[in-house]
Design a protein around this ligand. Sequence first.
Ligand code: SF4
Ligand code: SF4
Ligand code: SF4
Length: 308
Amino acid sequence: MTKNKEKNITLSLRPITNHKIRIVRIITQLVIFSLLNGLIFGLARVSLILPIEYPTGGPFSTVWSGFEALQYGLTIFTFPYLVIAIFGLFGAVAGKTTCGWACPMGLFQDLFSYIPIKKKKVSKPTEKSLRSFAVFIIIFALVFSLVIGISYNKNGAAAKDAYGIWGNIPYSVLDPVATIFATLFYYLKWGIQAETLGAEMGDWKFWFIARIIFLAIILILITLYPRAYCRWFCPTGYILGFFNRFSLFGLKINKNRCPTGCNKCEKACPVQVPILDYDKNITHPNCTNCGECIDACPEGALKIGFRF
Ligand code: SF4
Ligand code: SF4
Ligand code: SF4
C-alpha cells in the first residue's frame, strides 16, 4: 500500500475516531429505543416508570413515562410518591444522563441535528428566558391534572370522563413527543382511520391540527437549534436539569489540562453549555452528559464520572 493510500484511509477514519463517545451513545440510544418499543418484538409491557419522554399509550410502548405517570396519578387524586421518588433517585444519582443516553425524544432530536444546515445559537439571557416554556408546561399539566383529580374525588369517574381527551394525561393532547411516537406510530400501524381516532379523541380535528402545528414548530426549531425541545419545552428535562447542580455523576473539567482555552468543547456542545465558566463540576441544567465535548477536547481535560 502506498503512503498516499494509507494517509487517505487515516483521514477518512478520522471523523469516526473523533466521535468515539457519540458512536457508543447512538448505539445505546438505539438499543434502549428498541427495548422501549419491545411490543414489536413480542416483549410484554412492564410496570416500570422512567424519567424519559415517551408516550405510555404508544402502540409498542413497554414502560411508563415519568411525567405522564405524574399527571395520571394526580387525575385520580393519588399522591404520586413513586414517580417523585424515581425522578429524585435518577436525578440525584445521574442528573440528566438519561436525556443524553436513553430518551427516544433525545435520539430523535439528535438525528434532526445531523441535517446539514447551519446551526443557530441564542444568547445566555435568551436561553434562560426560553426555558420558561417548560415551567409553563409543568404548571399547566400539574394544576390541570390536580383539578381533574379533585373533580374525580368529589364526583367519581363520570366527572373525570367529562374532561374528554384531557382527562387522563392533559399535556399528552399537545405533546409533540406523543404526536410523533403515539399518533403517528398508530397511523403507521393501522393507517388513518378517522372514525376510530374521532372516538378516541373526541373533538379530535381541532386538537389534531393544533398538535400538528406545535409539532411542526418543534421540528423547525430542533433542525436549527439542536435539542431545542429539551432545552426550552421539555418538562422531564427541566426537572432532571434541576438535579444537575448536585448529582453524584456528571461532567467534570480539569482546568490544569486546559492551558489554551481553545473553546473546542463549547463549540461542540449541542445545548450551549458554557463549559469554561466552571472550575470543576459542570452543573449547567442543559448538560445531558452526552460526551460531545469530551470527544472534541484535544487535551483530555473533560471527563464524565462520579464527583466524589
Ligand atoms: S430533555 Fe426531555 S425530550 Fe430531551 S432527552 Fe430529556 S426527557 Fe427526553
Ligand atoms: S457540556 Fe458536554 S456533556 Fe454536557 S451537553 Fe454539552 S457536550 Fe454534552
Ligand atoms: S476543548 Fe479542552 S482544552 Fe479546549 S477549552 Fe475545552 S476543555 Fe480546554
